[in-house]
Design a binder for this molecule. Structure first.
Ligand SMILES: [Zn+2]
Length: 82
């Protein structure tokens, strides 16, 4: 799995944090599709699955992209976790 990272706000932490969302590793799935053919079905299902954005600090899904005014300077950016 790959990750998308974006700045946001975590309601559990109560602060601006980096949010991350798991995304399929398309290169990996392309390789398996070429080898097996049928893997395209799994790839399609994983691609349309809507995984939640999670807080990079506490993994809570209770997040929003809307950063409260006055809290923007504390937004952090982190590299993908895994
Ligand atoms: Zn959090």
């Amino acid at each position: 799995m790959g990750y998308k990272v974006a700045p946001g706000y975590c309601n559990a932490c109560g602060e601006s944090v980096a949010l991350h969302q798991e995304r399929p590793n398309h290169l990996f799935h392309l390789l398996l599709t070429v080898i097996t053919g049928l893997w395209a079905v799994v790839w399609f299902v994983l691609s349309i699955k809507n995984t939640p954005w999670r807080c990079a600090k506490c993994e809570s899904a209770d997040t929003t992209f809307r950063v409260p005014a006055g809290d923007r300077s504390r937004a952090t950016q982190v590299s993908p976790l895994r």
